[in-house]
Design a protein around this ligand. Structure first.
Ligand code: NAD
Length: 325
């Protein structure tokens, strides 16, 4: 398949791996890039900018294909030196960055002067248009189905993608709810130039998380995600477990929720421990509604090949025969 995104990113398939905290290490990113997609290292998964430089070097030793780094700017428990992470990305010679969370404008002069292609992840059309206006090269349009932070508008990709196609000039990826060839074919039909998948890549052999976490997502249905932090306007879609339920219960109590009331339950370090040990109620972890579409643990290459083959078959056969007389 050839789209504006495969051309601009220099990749074989229009499939991009989303930035995922505690998952986007070199093992997964290089596997996605080696399979012809675009792998992404998660910047903040590395404790310091120096560690990020080492991780980029490690990834480079594992693939000679393009890969990117994600820089997410959202509230965090510990302050993050974002400028230093951005500089580390530039100094490492990475040529593609995925920004997410907040307006990436302050970082654009640095990235653009280094010749970096910037993909900004947006959960609304107004933010997508703004990203285009300030000079981002492409956007990743993230529907309400997505894992992690879907924003506060609650608009799904069936609506977001066609509006993005009507209004954006720059290419865009469909993100959220994507996990199979039907999704890829549908995303292309709705005007996207490719797909961005996070949760689906968590359930692959190469994803560096405990088997029990992967198995839980295989067994889950589309109803097994929860929305937390709604009261804080920092909504996150996470796997429905006892911790997510406790957070929602605390948020449901009368009066204003303070982040401190839930912090011990949701801290990222607990989520990391959960991924390492497979203790599914240790903390929270991001997961999208697409868990309902996941029922196996393939290698990254098997997954990407299957998705692209399935999409091509749908386009050539099912859709082709529907319009041929
Ligand atoms: P962390 O341990 O600092 O915080 C845990 C969670 O609490 C995060 O979701 C964070 O956004 C939220 N949070 C922290 N302080 C908050 C506050 N004052 N008010 C409201 N919410 C608050 O985070 P982490 O797990 O180490 O993750 C680091 C960064 O990566 C954060 O910005 C996080 O949001 C982001 N992240 C993004 C995704 C995604 O889907 N894009 C998924 C996981 C984490």
């Amino acid at each position: 398949m050839r789209t504006r995104i495969t051309e601009m990113l220099g990749i074989e398939h229009p499939v991009v791996q989303g930035g995922m905290q505690w998952v986007g290490f070199a093992e997964l990113a290089s596997a996605v890039s080696n399979a012809g997609g675009l792998g992404i290292l998660t910047g903040l998964t590395q404790p310091t900018p120096e560690d990020l430089i080492k991780e980029i070097d490690r990834c480079r030793a594992m693939t000679d294909k393009p890969f990117a780094v994600n820089l997410t700017i959202l509230p965090t428990i510990k302050p993050v030196p974002y400028e230093e992470y951005a500089q580390a990305i530039v100094d490492s010679g990475v040529k593609i960055v995925e920004t997410a969370g907040r307006n990436p404008e302050p970082f654009l002069p640095l990235f653009k002067s280094a010749g970096i292609t910037v993909i900004h992840k947006c959960t609304s059309i107004r933010h997508s248009l703004k990203a285009e206006r300030i000079g981002c090269d492409m956007v990743s349009v993230d529907g309400f189905e997505c894992a992690g932070h879907p924003g506060e508008d609650d608009v799904t990709n069936m609506i977001l993608l066609p509006i993005a196609a009507r209004r954006l000039k720059i290419p865009f990826l469909a993100s959220g709810g994507l996990g199979d060839g039907r999704g890829l074919a549908a995303a292309l039909a709705m005007g996207a130039d490719g797909i961005n998948m996070g949760t689906r890549f968590m359930v692959t052999k190469e994803a560096p998380i405990h088997e029990k976490v992967k198995q839980a997502m295989v067994e889950a249905s589309e109803l097994d995600t929860s929305l937390i932090y709604r009261t804080l306007r920092n909504t996150a879609r996470v796997f429905k477990n006892s911790i997510a339920e406790q957070v929602i219960e605390i948020e449901g109590k009368p009066g204003e929720t303070k982040f401190e009331d839930i912090q011990p339950l949701v801290a990222g370090v607990k989520g990391r421990e959960l991924f390492d040990t497979g203790d599914l109620d240790k903390g929270i972890w991001s997961a999208g509604m697409v868990v309902g579409l996941i029922d196996d643990i393939p290698t990254v290459e098997e997954l990407i090949t299957r998705i692209v083959d399935e999409a091509e078959k749908i386009i050539n056969e099912r859709l082709g025969s529907a319009v041929s007389v």
